[in-house]
Design a protein around this ligand. Structure first.
Ligand code: PGA
Length: 252
């Protein structure tokens, strides 16, 4: 089964709206030849409208990096699924390890957010991955199983159709350490197995599982040559248009 790949930029807390617009102006011509794989730019919330305007008419999608699990309400400082969708997003990153580590995101909140994001018609990119102590203790599969089971709880296969997952070993994020393609592929198999248990085999075969953690132009080809890897969630190397375009063109 061949799945078209998804390359998603995670800009984290970088770029103002003018800087985001400048990125898109430079990036669009660099990826104009990409017609099979999908590309998304997950921008800071204040840049979403600017990015959505700048990519209009192209195949590039726009994403947010987080959202609240309630549809609306008295939640000062939060943004809802409907708000990001109406601002031009098709994608949203959920459960990123930085949200889990610094902002109290839990498996339970990821589950609530996932349900609301799917209802809003968004493509959620749910992040899972182990910390170094868990890997060293041989707990990687247990952690991935727990994170997937909790995230998928109560969600039907029909509802989950747009779901994508990102396997991001926490020890590889922003550290320059990348999982070997084989190690990443093993983790992806575990995740796909969990998806198969929750949503069925056919669903799992179509599910896109991205790899994230120090993906760079230099290692993208080796990583993407693993059939289990259906694209990448890219932090640091997505901030520069040339470098992100080189990752998207991993085959070149
Ligand atoms: P990195 O970040 O590419 O800078 O390691 C990836 C991520 O956090 O999504």
């Amino acid at each position: 089964m061949t799945r078209n790949k998804l390359f998603a930029a995670n800009w984290k807390m970088y770029k103002t709206p003018p800087q985001a617009t400048e990125f898109v102006a430079a990036f669009l011509p660099m990826v104009a030849d990409v017609t099979a794989d999908d590309i998304a730019l997950c921008a800071p919330a204040v840049c979403i409208s600017a990015v959505a305007g700048a990519v209009k008419g192209s195949r590039i999608g726009v994403g947010a990096q987080n959202m609240h699990w309630e549809k609306e309400g008295a939640f000062t400082g939060e943004i809802s699924a409907e708000m990001i969708a109406a601002s031009g997003c098709q994608y949203v990153i959920l459960g990123h390890s930085e949200r889990r580590q610094y902002f109290g995101e839990t498996d339970a909140t990821v589950n609530r957010k996932l349900e609301v994001a799917l209802e809003a018609g968004l493509t959620p990119i749910v992040c899972v991955g182990e910390v170094i102590e868990e890997r060293e203790a041989g707990l990687t599969d247990d952690v991935l199983r727990r994170q997937c089971t909790s995230a998928f709880r109560g969600i039907s296969a029909a509802k989950a159709a747009k779901l994508a997952i990102a396997y991001e070993p926490v020890w590889a994020i922003g550290t320059g350490k990348t999982a070997t393609p084989q190690l990443a592929a093993q983790a992806h198999e575990t995740i796909r197995h969990e998806a198969s248990k929750a949503f069925g085999k056919g669903f799992a075969e179509k599910l896109r599982i991205l790899y994230g953690g120090s993906v760079k132009p230099e290692n993208a080809k080796a990583l993407m040559s693993e059939a289990e890897l259906d694209g990448a969630l890219v932090g640091g190397a997505s901030l520069d248009p040339k470098s992100f375009a080189a990752i998207v063109h991993y085959q070149a």
